[in-house]
Design a protein. Structure first.
Length: 254
């Protein structure tokens, strides 16, 4: 009987130790996923009637709002770049001007079609590139030939051509709305030197300079607000190849 008693005690002890071993493990608390790196793709901010470069209220003034007109710079008598015609944004001051963009709720789309490619999105007072808060690639320049290049929305070289660059000469090029090289010239690129070029409103090479292209290297160029090559870089042109280039917001092409 004593042997049975000891065997019973041993079995009881083993069962308790087994219970201790089989206690449920404390579940591990999973680490919170780290938020993605914030990408600043703000291209403009609206400061009253002024449209400034970047997200700061101290940014260079690119346009000003004058009723239905959008003018270059901060002056109320600045050159008219666009006019608003309902949901359409047209080139120049005439309601018959070529449609450059259309407004679709918070999106600004290419051309007149309400389902056109999204170029910008409106986030409160900020105007951002593309349809969300993370896209930074605005346009792709596709070099059709020595005569012309297409400025296409986004990163697809067979996408919607918003502008066409027509090379008039070694001195100047026309940036034309749409894909017709004999259409409305919205801007003129005047090549000041190998170092810089001026992007001028309309088709007059001695007109108001809206942007300056500063050729940093063979790899990239900066598009700067105004006519000072050491000013604020609004866009960077990154030369992917002889065939195409990317236009990216800000001064970093990575």
């Amino acid at each position: 009987m004593k042997q049975l008693y000891y065997i019973f005690l041993l079995a009881l002890c083993l069962s308790f130790s087994a219970c201790e071993k089989d206690e449920p493990a404390v579940p591990e608390i999973p680490e919170k996923p780290k938020p993605p790196t914030e990408v600043d793709n703000v291209v403009f901010n609206v400061d009253g009637k002024l449209i400034r470069a970047g997200k700061d209220k101290s940014g260079d003034v690119v346009f000003n709002l004058d009723g239905d007109y959008i003018r270059a710079g901060k002056d109320a008598d600045g050159d008219i770049v666009f006019n608003r015609d309902g949901k359409l944004l047209r080139a120049g001051k005439d309601k018959s001007g070529d449609v450059v963009f259309n407004f679709d709720d918070k999106y600004i789309r290419a051309g007149a079609d309400p389902d056109g490619d999204i170029v910008f999105n409106i986030d409160s007072v900020f105007v951002r590139v593309g349809k969300d808060k993370i896209n930074r690639l605005l346009f792709t320049i596709y070099h059709n030939s020595n005569i012309s290049s297409s400025i296409i929305v986004g990163d697809n070289i067979i996408g919607t051509t918003l502008f066409t660059i027509y090379h008039n000469s070694n001195i100047s090029s026309s940036i034309i709305v749409g894909d017709d090289i004999i259409g409305t010239t919205l801007f003129t690129i005047y090549h000041n030197s190998n170092i810089s070029s001026s992007i001028i409103i309309g088709d007059d090479i001695i007109g108001t300079t809206l942007f300056t292209i500063n050729n940093n290297s063979n790899i990239s160029s900066s598009i700067i607000v105004g006519d000072d090559i050491i000013g604020t870089a609004l866009f960077t042109i990154y030369h992917n190849s002889n065939i195409s280039s990317s236009i990216i917001v800000g001064d970093n092409y990575y």
